[in-house]
Design a protein around this ligand. Structure first.
Ligand code: NAG
Ligand code: NAG
Ligand code: NAG
Ligand code: NAG
Ligand code: NAG
Ligand code: NAG
Ligand code: NAG
Ligand code: NAG
Ligand code: NAG
Length: 626
């Protein structure tokens, strides 16, 4: 199945919804009343005359288009209380996400009309007052995230009637009182940390780690009563905590047996999850690819705890897989390892999503590699924001760079125009990329390999310095077919298997990028007829015959007084592309050499704001990580 079908299928789905039925008029009115009465800093495309179901950002309708069933508006900058009698009229609503806004006031009482509400995300707002007293009106609630607000009062007992509740996050509020002893058999995750709760951990919650109660005044002295409360068919009813206070031999034995039983149950559960997940996966991807997936099903699949976008620390994006799948998307191009898309999320953030094909390693190896890549934080390295791994889909999420890659600037994209890059720009690209590469090579005890350096993987950061992307994928992908793969022009002669790329082969590829910057030519290009020209060979031949200015990009020849610098850079580039891997310089040396070229420049030429900037080294990575 072709990669480009994943996002368009979402469109088709939306289109299908639109064709089936007219607008849900009442719900539309309610949404307009809501948005017109709540100030927000980002504009929404909620145009009264456009169809809700197919056009309005953040809104999903039921299959027949008769009702609105999901409203997701994270990070829209809503400020103030939710206007009464607006969202409360969406009586078929199943999903509501208003997270990461500045919504204040009390929990809206009229939400009690939303009887089918299953997923409620209100975290990171400024809501205050008590939690709703009667949760039992929402008997379908599955995920409740009210964390990071200013709710106070006690935890309502009525939560214990929610048989489907799987996740409850009330962390970072001002809730007080004791934690009621609930029987919530479906509960998988809870976090009550950083409130003003008192007392002890109730028996039914002793299965959760202490960290979920941290930041309260809660005692953990009940370890003797830590008998597993998980309802297991083969287990006798829980012993009364009165009895287990005295840790007699029999009690100990009981605990040991219970622990064994629990271990077995957990194991069985895992097996079950694994097996049923496998089935679900095929269905998921099949449906997704055929565009048959109903929004409800997308949601229930993506709520699978083991199957979600993994974000890295310090990432402040507020979206999840479903948001991503529903985002409007355009194809950016076909990269070495798969298609790249630009996805625009509900809150207008643009991200790049790469869909990898032919990943050759298992989940654990993949995750390990992603952890290393995600930990690299440097102003000259494009940060990996998140990744997603399932059997059928591997996605990587990066920041989007609106100016496009250095390759697009130098050579024009898909026949588009080149962007003029003067010598200063090119020096900054080279220097930035070199620093980024040096940082990457320092990773993993100085052994980390980029594996896919080329100009289409280099972008410009906010200071217009080079910034390296697509790190560390080559080792986890199936080897590329050797003959004329897209990376061929950059590949060092010794590399026969792309998975076995080493640091010297990265240096070679980087040298090719430098040659590209100097000559303005693609690493592999054709002249007139069918003759294929390799940039490295071509530069060698020109330089060998007569050391002329002919190698340099004609555009650069217009800049005055830079010939010497260009020749120096050419020498650096040629030292990187020497045939013998062990004769190539190391990345930190390359950085030094390029910096030296620049220093000559700053001393000899009248200064400009750019130049003083370029001789300042970037702050060390550790400073930026805090
Ligand atoms: C709403 O859509 C109509 C027709 O599509 C268009 O004429 C109008 O300008 C739009 N209004 C806004 C505020 O975008
Ligand atoms: C709630 O969901 C059920 C099952 O999906 C549906 O039959 C019912 O009509 C829904 N309620 C409302 C008010 O839409
Ligand atoms: C939160 O709400 C309170 C009033 O309830 C207000 O004083 C405070 O400024 C609000 N905080 C933010 C960040 O809007
Ligand atoms: C909500 O729960 C009721 C019964 O508890 C069920 O019939 C209905 O299908 C559920 N609705 C949804 C949308 O899951
Ligand atoms: C709830 O919100 C917190 C804070 O944003 C977040 O860390 C957590 O992942 C959320 N939980 C769920 C299940 O969405
Ligand atoms: C649970 O719901 C039942 C009715 O469905 C009600 O009588 C009971 O009080 C509720 N329990 C709590 C703790 O609210
Ligand atoms: C609570 O707030 C702290 C500090 O702002 C934050 O580090 C922590 O992740 C928050 N906890 C949750 C569960 O959101
Ligand atoms: C709960 O939140 C706290 C921070 O508020 C965090 O340290 C802890 O790891 C969280 N626990 C779980 C299980 O998510
Ligand atoms: C914590 O709770 C205990 C009793 O539950 C009380 O004696 C103590 O003063 C409380 N500590 C704080 C810091 O509130």
């Amino acid at each position: 199945m072709e990669a480009k079908h994943i996002f368009p299928s979402i469109f088709i789905m939306g289109l299908a919804l639109f064709l089936v039925n007219a607008d849900p008029v009442e719900d539309k009115r309610a949404l307009l009343d809501f948005v017109n009465n709540l100030p927000h800093s980002r504009s929404l495309n909620w145009n009264e005359s456009s169809p809700v179901c197919s056009y309005w950002t953040g809104v999903t309708c039921s299959k027949d288009g008769s009702r609105v069933i999901s409203v997701r508006l994270p990070g829209v900058g809503f400020q103030g209380p939710i206007p009464p009698n607006t969202l409360g009229r969406l009586s078929a609503l199943q999903i509501l996400s208003l997270r990461s806004n500045l919504i204040s006031g009390h929990f809206p009482y009229d939400f009690s009309n939303l009887k089918n509400l299953s997923f409620l995300y209100l975290q990171y707002n400024n809501l205050s007052g008590p939690l709703p007293a009667d949760f039992s009106v929402w008997n379908n609630l599955t995920i409740v995230n009210l964390s990071n607000n200013r709710f106070d009062g006690s935890i309502p007992r009525s939560l214990s009637n929610l048989t489907h509740l799987a996740v409850l996050n009330l962390a970072n509020n001002s809730l007080y009182g004791e934690i009621p002893d609930f029987n919530l058999p479906s509960l998988q995750q809870i976090n009550l940390s950083n409130n003003d709760l008192t007392g002890s951990v109730p028996k039914s919650f002793t299965r959760f780690p202490n960290s979920v109660f941290s930041g309260n005044n809660i005692s953990f002295e009940t370890s003797a009563s830590r008998v597993p409360p998980v309802p297991a068919p083969s287990m006798a009813p829980n012993p009364k905590s009165k009895n287990s206070r005295e840790l007699g031999e029999t009690a100990l034995l009981g605990i040991v047996i219970a622990a064994c039983v629990l271990g077995f149950v957990a194991f069985a559960f895992l097996i079950h999850v694994c097996c049923s997940r496998k089935k679900g996966r095929n269905e998921f991807s099949d449906k997704l690819q055929k565009g048959e997936m109903s929004p409800e099903k997308v949601v229930s699949r993506t709520q699978d705890a083991n199957n979600r976008l993994v974000f890295f620390e310090g990432c402040n994006y507020a979206f999840d897989l479903e948001d991503l799948l529903r985002a409007s998307a355009e194809v950016l191009g076909k990269g070495t390892f798969g298609m790249a898309y630009k996805a625009i999320l509900e809150d207008a953030t643009a991200v790049v999503v790469k869909r990898l094909k032919e990943v050759s390693v298992g989940k654990r190896d993949f995750e390990q590699q992603m952890e290393v890549v995600g930990s690299i934080k440097h102003e000259n390295v494009v940060e990996l924001r998140a990744y997603y791994y399932s059997k059928d889909e591997k996605l990587m999420v990066y920041d989007y760079y609106s100016q496009g890659s250095v390759s697009a600037m130098l050579h024009g994209k898909r026949g588009g125009e080149r962007i003029s890059l003067d010598w200063d720009n090119r020096m900054k690209i080279a220097l930035g990329a070199a620093r980024g590469m040096a940082r990457i090579h320092a990773e993993n005890g100085g052994k980390f390999v980029h594996g896919n350096i080329k100009s289409s993987n280099i972008f410009l950061n906010s200071r217009r310095y080079g910034c390296v992307s697509d790190i560390g994928l080559s080792t986890i992908m199936s080897p590329l077919a050797p003959p004329i793969s897209r990376a061929a022009g950059y590949r060092a002669p010794e590399v026969t298997d792309t998975r076995k790329a080493a640091q010297p082969s990265d240096i070679y590829s980087f040298g090719v990028v430098l040659l590209e910057l100097l000559t303005g030519k693609s690493p592999i290009h054709t002249t007139g007829g069918d003759e294929i020209i390799h940039l490295v060979r071509w530069v060698h031949s020109v330089v060998r015959e007569e050391w002329t200015a002919e190698v340099f990009d004609v555009e650069l020849m217009r800049c005055p007084n830079i010939e010497e610098e260009m020749v120096e850079m050419l020498q650096i580039a040629l030292s990187c592309v020497v045939r013998m891997p062990d004769q190539r310089p190391k990345m930190p040396e390359v950085v030094k050499m390029i910096e030296n070229v620049r220093r000559v420049d700053t001393e000899n030429r009248p200064s400009s704001e750019n130049r003083s900037e370029s001789s300042t080294p970037p702050p060390p990575a550790s400073d930026r990580e805090s």
